[in-house]
Design a protein around this ligand. Structure first.
Ligand SMILES: [Zn+2]
Length: 259
């Protein structure tokens, strides 16, 4: 199967991840917060939009859905019932979504919002995880309509994917997240290297994404809540009731809110 995956930039730092089937010139977009950049990209590439998948209801993820439905009447919209779009397929945890014969599994990964999902697409044995605003490279989403406990559990779930899984967050926040991570773990050399690379790429307009789960385990403090370096880095800034991973995770999220 020749699916390739391309980001379309929207707003200031959103990525609308696009699955492209070169054989039939069809495309699927994930979280189109704006229609115009999607239409411009697909027309330039001679592609037809056949599906839209949404991860959560925030405007910068669904804002372009209605216009794209009108512009491409064949478009099949896949969404959770709480995503505030007119969906053709209502999904929930465990649902399967198809992309030209490849299967994507739907996982509930709440926390940022209560009804946030991920799409985990299997292409030739490798998993590609579209994780919206739950996990960013080096960071995590803010807690809006979900809870910090849900976000922590969602991170645990994502952390159970195979190490070579490619993660596709919906925002370019890598450089600022690495700066935050280094404020907790100043001696993390992999993180320092990731910051340098992210700074260079961002200046050149090149996405830092996708990233592998293996890479995230080295650079994302929210996946490293059981590491002594992270626990002591948090304790240097905030008093902790205990060293439990959820306590450390919660403290990291609140430190990041003020970073
Ligand atoms: Zn969001």
């Amino acid at each position: 199967m020749s699916i390739h995956i391309q980001p379309i930039k929207a707003f200031t730092d959103n990525y609308i991840w696009t699955l492209i089937n070169e054989n039939n010139k069809q495309a699927i977009v994930i979280d189109p917060g704006q229609a115009a950049p999607v239409i411009a990209y697909l027309e330039a590439e001679g592609l037809e939009l056949t599906a839209i998948w949404t991860t959560h209801h925030h405007h910068d993820h669904i804002g372009g859905v209605a216009e794209l439905q009108e512009y491409f009447p064949m478009t099949h919209v896949v969404a959770h019932s709480e995503h505030n779009v007119e969906q053709d397929q209502t999904i929930k945890d465990g649902s399967k979504v198809s992309a030209w014969g490849c299967n994507a599994q739907v996982w509930d990964i709440p926390g940022h919002t209560a009804s946030h999902v991920a799409y985990i697409l299997d292409i030739d044995g490798r998993k590609h995880c579209f994780c919206g605003d739950t996990l960013f490279s080096g960071g995590c989403g803010r807690v809006f309509t979900g809870t910090i406990e849900q976000l922590y559990d969602s991170f645990k779930r994502l952390n159970g994917l195979p190490l070579e899984t490619l993660l596709y967050p919906a925002h370019e926040y890598t450089a600022s997240n690495m700066r935050f991570g280094l404020s907790i773990e100043p001696d993390n050399t992999v993180m320092a290297q990731a910051l340098q690379q992210a700074t260079e790429k961002t200046e050149a307009g090149i996405p830092t994404l996708p990233v592998t789960l293996e890479h995230e385990r080295s650079v994302n403090v929210f996946l490293r809540t059981d590491m002594l370096s992270v626990i002591s880095g948090v304790k240097a800034q905030l008093a902790l009731a205990d060293d439990k991973p959820l306590t450390v995770f919660t403290a990291l999220r609140s430190l990041k809110n003020d970073f």
